[in-house]
Design a protein around this ligand. Structure first.
Ligand code: GDP
Length: 425
């Protein structure tokens, strides 16, 4: 069974929590795109963990976890993340964690450039996490990066790095007038944070091909959501990678594989980090109430997230772009304080009503939400574990969302804990 777990919206839908729950049924969990700009929060009997680079299956000792070729890996961050897990008693050893020799290394100067560019933009900034993701993906397509496998070639590593540094300093010094970076400092960094992973780096393509040949099950864990996809999202306020399920086999390193299932993760309301169009955004007290109820502060950055009512227009589009077979609706419990629950059923763009998610940023910016309101359920549903336990208004909301986005909801999550989830079919 090859299954992708993806976000249908702007990210932070609760993918990590669903991967943690569902990974019990999978032999391998693979992250296939993005870098440590992700923040997947998992709460289970072993504690609370925030995963940035590591697949959320890392908490299960029997699961193999892969960082695929489609990822950009900041080794310093990986080093910190692995050590934090070890300090919490989680073993992270080769075999349990495998790093693709084809994955791109996110170097300190990528982070530097991310910050320099955001600062230069001032009011026009993208709201980047400043973790180097756009610069490193840009360099990947310029064919000017190191890959994890290069770390193993100690005979050629320094020479490759020197060529990159010579080129990069043209921009750092010449363009941004910042101090040049040096080969020595970067070699030290690679030694310190890359060397400890030498035994983890391998041709993961072969490992996954064998897993498929042995009929073992693979779960593909996405980062962010459809609306942050570089081609199909709110460009240019997207991430720099492909967040869609169709990229999962490629980014994981088994491009010939076909997904058996795509599970979309959809939050019961909207949230968005960073800048860019967000038609359903709440402001003032209304925003504060939802942000507080949902704990909507970025897992990777701590930034307060922008929040709003459920956006059926954007979600329907996200579900379609992801090719979802079914959905997990998360954080339904958060809405229990509302007397009536707003759902954006259409946009008004330049005085015209539309139920289509616009392709261009100007139309997205101009979109005004058209709301319908459903009755609130006004009670704590955190303890519900069966469909029958849910109040009628919560059931009505679930059925309404299902229709609005044209996709069946298989799971309803009512709390962050592993077992706080109801399976509907
Ligand atoms: P991801 O990036 O898609 O994995 O999502 P995040 O981890 O950034 O955000 C989801 C947050 O909501 C985390 O803090 C989770 O612990 C929490 N969470 C997930 N599902 C639920 C739920 O059903 N109810 C509540 N109250 N919290 C949840």
């Amino acid at each position: 069974m090859l299954t992708a777990i993806v976000g249908t919206n702007w990210g932070d839908e609760g993918k990590g929590r669903m991967v943690d729950l569902l990974s019990a049924d999978y032999d391998v969990v693979v992250r296939y795109q993005g870098g440590n700009n992700a923040g997947h929060t998992v709460v289970n009997e072993r504690g609370k963990f925030i995963m940035n680079l590591l697949p959320s299956g890392i908490l299960r000792p029997e699961t193999a976890n892969v960082l695929g070729p489609g990822m950009a890996v900041d080794l310093e961050h990986l080093y910190g993340e692995v050590n934090a897990l070890r300090a919490a008693g989680i073993e992270v050893e080769p075999g349990h964690l495998l790093l693709s020799d084809r994955a791109t290394i996110c170097l300190p100067y990528h982070k530097l450039l991310d910050g320099l560019e955001e600062d230069r933009l001032g009011d026009k900034k993208y709201g980047s996490t400043r973790r180097g993701i756009s610069p490193v993906y840009a360099d990947k397509y310029m064919k000017k990066t190191l890959r994890l496998g290069d770390l193993l070639r100690t005979d050629t590593l320094r020479g490759k790095l020197a060529d990159l540094v010579e080129w990069k300093n043209l921009v750092i010094e010449g363009g941004y007038h910042a101090p040049a970076v040096t080969v020595d400092e970067l070699m030290d960094w690679l030694d310190r944070f890359g060397r400890p992973f030498a035994d983890f780096i391998c041709d993961t393509t072969r490992v996954l091909s064998s897993a498929m040949a042995e009929d073992r099950s693979i779960l593909f864990e996405a980062q962010l959501g459809a609306l942050k996809d570089v081609d199909f999202g709110i460009y240019p306020y997207t991430s720099a990678s492909t967040t869609l399920s169709s990229y999962a086999p490629i980014g994981a390193g088994i491009p010939f594989a076909r997904l058996d299932e795509c599970i979309g993760i959809t939050k019961a309301y909207s949230s968005c980090v960073g800048e860019g169009p967000f038609a359903c955004e709440f402001f003032g007290d209304e925003a504060e109430a939802l942000r507080t109820a949902g704990g909507e502060y970025g897992a990777a950055t701590g930034r307060p997230r922008r929040v709003g009512g459920f956006d059926a227009v954007a979600s329907r589009y996200g579900v379609r772009m992801q090719g979802c077979d079914c959905l997990a609706l998360t954080k339904l419990d958060v809405l229990s304080y509302m007397d009536r629950i707003p759902v954006c059923v259409a946009y008004e763009v330049d005085g015209k009503r539309t139920d289509r998610f616009p392709a261009l940023i100007d139309e997205q910016n101009a979109a005004k939400p058209v709301y319908e309101y459903l009755p609130g359920f006004r009670c704590d549903i955190g303890g519900c574990r069966r469909w029958e336990d849910l109040p009628g208004a919560a059931k009505d909301y679930i059925r309404y969302i299902e229709k609005a986005v044209s996709c069946p909801i298989r799971y309803v999550s009512v709390g962050p804990e592993r077992d706080a989830c109801i399976r509907l079919f």
